[in-house]
Structures are given as C-alpha cells and as structure tokens.
Design a binder for this molecule. Structure first.
Ligand SMILES: NC(=O)c1ccc[n+]([C@@H]2O[C@H](COP(=O)([O-])OP(=O)(O)OC[C@H]3O[C@@H](n4cnc5c(N)ncnc54)[C@H](OP(=O)(O)O)[C@@H]3O)[C@@H](O)[C@H]2O)c1
Length: 287
C-alpha cells in the first residue's frame, strides 16, 4: 500500500513517519514536506499526486496557531480549507483515498458529555472555522473516499506543545497558573498515528473521533505532567479562563466520543496518562 503524507514535518506528520512502518506492514511511505509540497499550490499538488498515485493521502498539513489565526484568518483559511480542498480534488483525479485531520475546536463546547461525530458543529474561533471549512471541502470533493479524523490536545516529539511548556516553565518558575475550566482529552501523536493506521485497516470513511481515552482539564493535565517529570514541588494554581484571556475563544468542554472509533478499531486508544508517561519516559524533547 502506497501512502503519501503531506505536512510530514509537523508534530503529527513526524509521528506517522515513525509509527506507520510497524503499524501497517508492507506500507510504502512518501513523506511530503512543505518546502516541496505546498498543499495550496494546485499545479504541484496535482503533478505529485498523479506521479506518486498513492492509495491513500494522509494530510497532516495545517495552520495550527490558534490565537494568531484570529489576526491571520486568510492565511489560516488557505492552509486549513483551500489546501485540503485542492488535495481532495487531486485525490479524485489520481483515484486516491484521503485522510484529513481535524479538530475538537469545530464544536462550541457547551455540551454536557462527549461530542459524537454528527453533533452540531459551531466553531468559536477563526482556527476552528477554517478547519470546519476544510472538512466540508474535503467531503464535497470526495464524498465516498474521504476519512475525516477529529482529534484534540495533541502533544508529541517535534513541535512546541503543552507538555514541554509546562515542564520547562515549571522548572524555570517553580509556580504556575493553569486554566481549570476547559476539559478535553490530551492525545499523544504516536497513539493517534496508530489509531489512524487501525482506521486504514478498517477501511473507514466519513468522520471519526480519535483521541486517547479519559479526559481532564488543562490544570489536571499540568499536575500529571509535573508529577511524571518529578516536579511535584512546583506550585500550580487553578484559574478560570477569564483570568487567562487569549485572543481565540476555546470550547469549555471538547471531549470527543470514541464509540465509533472503538467499533471500527476493536479497542480504544490507551488512557491519556499512559500515553503521557510513554512520551515523557522516551527522553525526547529534553523531557
Ligand atoms: N496541535 C493540536 O493540539 C491539534 C489539536 C487538534 C487537531 N489538530 C490537527 O492535527 C493536525 C496536525 O497538527 P500538528 O499539531 O501536527 O500541526 P503542526 O505541528 O503545526 O504541523 C503542521 C505542518 O503543516 C505544515 N504546513 C503549513 N502550511 C502548509 C502548506 N500550505 N503546505 C504544506 N504544509 C504546510 C507546517 O509547516 P510550517 O510549520 O513550516 O508552517 C507544519 O509542518 C492538524 O490538522 C491540526 O489542525 C492539532
């Protein structure tokens, strides 16, 4: 099976390159980095898709600066919606299936309980709105050949992420204030990559939520990071979002329901605390 990965240099893209060879025996991976494969460039996308002719394109390319997107909506729209639409049209030409990664931030976040795939979307931020537009463009171009994977609160080797920030700032400052009224499911990029491999094996299409099991607030996540890092002495104060204002509005609750993933993959992804311990014990990223 030939798999082409766009956005291969990002946090999820690099996890997919690390995990797919063992998770999908016999896979032939082509990694496409932004410098040579800009997903917004129609001509180069079409040329590369028609020459590689992958069975599956996994799109990990995105504009992920949630707060900056409020100022740079057009730039975010290009990477998060126009580019995925271009990729989906090129996949139609080359006969490839497409897996596109999306976000919990397509939801408003006021629901009690976890969001199912077909719950009403209502993004509260420019980032969330551009990601939702991307989902729509992909599904419109490839109604029977696209899988949209919605995930949340990613961390893993490579990118800047919450785990690194908390461990570094905790060590540096000895005390932190962390938001305690937003709940979600922290997800290790390598577990997500394994989950995507399972969905490939299940030939899934449509929208599927994929996150590590369990949920917590950012405050609870920070406590677990510090405990795992042996930094229990760091003083952490829970604060409401109102005391930590940021440009982009976030959902209060963006836990995603995993029932559909479990029915396709046969089992849930492991608990977020287990994924976190695995990431931190690997010694990558100086943790
Ligand atoms: N991070 C999270 O917490 C989170 C949560 C939920 C969902 N997601 C979704 O998960 C996916 C992967 O996220 P991630 O955290 O791995 O993101 P990331 O680390 O920011 O990686 C995104 C990659 O896409 C590249 N890129 C940007 N514009 C591009 C373009 N026009 N053409 C080709 N490549 C381009 C970026 O390159 P440059 O850096 O050079 O621009 C970067 O290498 C995204 O769809 C994201 O929306 C992320």
């Amino acid at each position: 099976m030939k798999v082409l990965v766009s956005g291969a240099g990002g946090m999820l893209g690099s996890a997919i390159s690390a995990v797919f060879p063992s998770a999908l025996p016999g896979v032939s991976l082509t990694l496409a980095f932004k410098s040579v494969f800009d997903i917004t460039n129609i001509r180069s996308v079409s040329r590369i898709l028609l020459s590689v002719k992958p069975d599956i394109l996994v799109n990990c390319a995105a504009y992920t600066k949630v707060d900056k997107a409020e100022q740079e909506r057009e730039v975010a729209l290009m990477a998060n919606a126009v580019g995925p639409g271009i990729l989906a049209n090129a996949c139609r030409e080359s006969g490839s299936k497409m897996i596109h990664v999306s976000t919990d931030y397509v939801f408003k976040g006021t629901r009690d309980g976890a969001y199912k795939e077909d719950d009403t979307v209502n993004p509260q931020s420019a980032y969330g709105a551009t990601k939702l537009e991307g989902e729509k463009r992909v599904q419109a171009a490839l109604p029977h050949q696209a899988l949209i994977v919605r995930t949340s609160w990613l961390y893993g080797p490579g990118g800047p992420n919450f785990v690194k920030t908390i461990a570094t700032k905790g060590k540096e400052l000895g005390k932190l204030r962390v938001v305690d009224d937003q709940t979600g499911s922290p997800t290790f990029t390598r577990d997500l990559a394994r989950g995507i491999a399972r969905l490939i094996q299940a030939d899934a299409i449509g929208i599927v939520n994929v996150t590590n099991s369990g949920s917590c607030t950012w405050f609870e996540f920070a406590l677990e990071i510090l405990r795992t890092a042996g930094l229990d002495h760091v003083e952490v104060t829970p604060v409401p979002t109102s005391e930590y204002p940021l440009p982009a509005k976030r959902p209060k609750n963006s836990v995603l329901d995993s029932a559909k993933y479990i029915s396709l993959a046969g089992e849930p992804l492991r608990h977020w605390k287990v994924g976190l311990a695995d990431y931190m014990s690997a010694g990558t990223d100086g943790l």
